[in-house]
Design a binder for this molecule. Structure first.
Ligand code: ADP
Length: 468
């Protein structure tokens, strides 16, 4: 089966969050099941192809958009047998300081989607698999403009909170026909909602965990699209993400001081010492290290962590935070760093190496998310014997079981978070139980093997649906 897999970020080329991890790992897992996968992403300034052979310059493509044709230049590199990466280049849109958060993001990703669609017509896949709002126009383009042999479409929702909402002039720019601009199509209260194109026009839809697939059909988690999602419930499924075990695996991790497995847990302690040393904190075998890695936005529960810090600092613990996000949270966290310099390490940056050291050297990882489509951090942590402390929502609920594979709380309050941290500290003080849980979580299977098979089954189901 030929799969055309389109995403706005792909590890290891560029990464802002979990989408890049998925787009880096799932295609490889699909290829090992016999698929031929064409991965497609924008050619950002941050992408370095130095260590790759740019085997083929495909061509300059004419990209028809509402105001006339634009040009995308397509490069291709081979990532492995049966996985190739296609880079969609247009300097005006992608040669920027960062990947996202520009006022013209809708325009940039409409261009990317239409260019990808033109490329798909050349490559002739069986399935077009698109991810999040940045690529959500493809099912709309397939519905209105596909003139080749039949193709199926799957739209994966990694985060419903970002929808690419914009003004009607962007709808005109997209080139979709006027009849699509209505509430049953892509209109959303007079605006153009790009994500709706993925939800309305794709053959099937999935989210990245079973619980999130249920949650988004409710007003609390549906971000205004719960009614639409309920109306498509018959083709909406939840498929749990896996983690890339070539990237995250304590037995082969290139960043750790000492590599380890569930049979050599004492070596995890060496990594803890090393981590604390690197961050200027003093190692003490009786003091647990509690960490947070993630985007510093409300979604991730950083507000309740901040509320919990004063009381948490009365316990014997170290707290390590790695992340970037809102300026407000940066300031507040820096103040705590000044207040508790011997107990807190604040690292306001994106740093893959430090993330690996934290996964390897911490005792606990906090993920108190307000909502969490899947969450990769908790699964990565488990692989490193670092016990997750999570809020029981979305994929966190599907992957962490209270007192078996971590600690789970439900109320979105700092008190509930603190209570679960206290349960974690109790466990830490009972080394036999601690090591039993560590071993258990390290031996759990969070690889892509299982989920890649479910994606393949879903593609087959789509092709069956199309035959009817
Ligand atoms: P989301 O996609 O919502 O940001 P996920 O938990 O699904 O959250 O994935 C986040 C990924 O990004 C994980 O691989 C995590 O380790 C990584 N990550 C997040 N913030 C940072 C950071 N500041 N430095 C390095 N890696 C980070």
């Amino acid at each position: 089966m030929k799969v055309f897999f389109v995403a706005s970020e792909v590890n290891p080329f560029v990464k802002v969050g979990g989408l890049a991890d998925v787009a880096g790992a799932l295609p490889k897992a699909l290829a090992s099941l016999g698929c031929e996968v064409y991965v497609v992403m924008p050619m950002y300034r941050q992408v370095s192809l130095d260590s790759y052979d740019v085997t083929e310059f495909v061509k300059d493509l004419d990209v028809p958009l509402g105001y006339g044709n634009e040009t995308a230049s397509i490069k291709r590199i081979s990532l492995s047998d049966n996985v190739s990466l296609y880079l969609v280049d247009n300097g005006a849109y992608f040669q920027r300081e960062t990947l996202y958060n520009f006022p013209d993001d809708p325009r940039r990703f409409i261009f990317f989607s239409r260019a990808s669609f033109e490329l798909a017509k050349i490559l002739g896949p069986d399935i077009i698999h698109c991810n999040d709002w940045h690529t959500a126009l493809l099912p709309g383009y397939v519905k209105y403009f596909w003139d080749r042999r039949q193709v199926g479409t799957l739209f994966s929702i990694h985060n419903l909170a970002y929808q690419g909402l914009c003004d009607r002039d962007m709808f005109i720019y997209s080139g979709l026909p006027d009849i699509a601009f209505n509430p049953e199509g892509v209109e959303f209260y007079g605006k153009f909602n790009i994500m709706k194109s993925g939800i309305v026009y794709s053959d099937m839809i999935n989210t990245v965990s079973p619980t999130y697939a249920e949650e988004i059909k409710t007003p609390e988690f549906g971000c205004g699209l719960d009614g639409l999602l309920r109306s498509r419930a018959d083709v909406l499924v939840g498929i749990l993400n896996g983690i890339d075990e070539e990237e995250f695996n304590p037995q082969i991790d290139r960043y750790l001081l000492v590599r380890f497995s569930s049979d050599s847990l004492e070596k995890k302690e060496e990594n803890k010492k090393f981590l604390l040393g690197e961050l200027g904190l003093v190692y003490d075998e009786n003091v647990p290290v509690i960490s947070f890695i993630g985007r510093l936005w409300d979604q991730k529960g950083i507000d309740i962590i901040i509320q919990a810090i004063p009381e948490l600092m009365s316990r014997d613990v170290y707290l390590i935070i790695l992340g970037t996000g809102s300026e407000y949270y940066h300031q507040v966290l820096n103040q705590f760093k000044e207040q508790y310099p011997d107990k807190i390490s604040i690292n306001l940056k994106f740093d893959n190496r430090l993330a690996h050291l934290i996964y390897g050297g911490s005792d606990f990882l906090l993920m108190p998310s307000r909502f969490e489509p899947c969450g990769l951090g908790q699964m990565i942590a488990m692989k490193y014997g670092t016990i997750p402390v999570v809020r029981g929502v979305g994929g966190l609920k599907d992957t962490v079981k209270e007192n078996e594979t971590g600690f789970v709380f439900f109320d979105y309050t700092y008190n509930a978070l603190l209570e679960s941290i206290d349960r974690a500290i109790n466990l830490y003080n009972d080394k036999d139980r601690l090591n039993i849980m560590r071993k258990r979580i390290m031996l759990e299977d969070h690889s892509w093997n299982n989920s890649a098979k479910i994606y393949l089954d879903t593609y087959n189901k789509i092709l069956e649906l199309k035959k009817r």
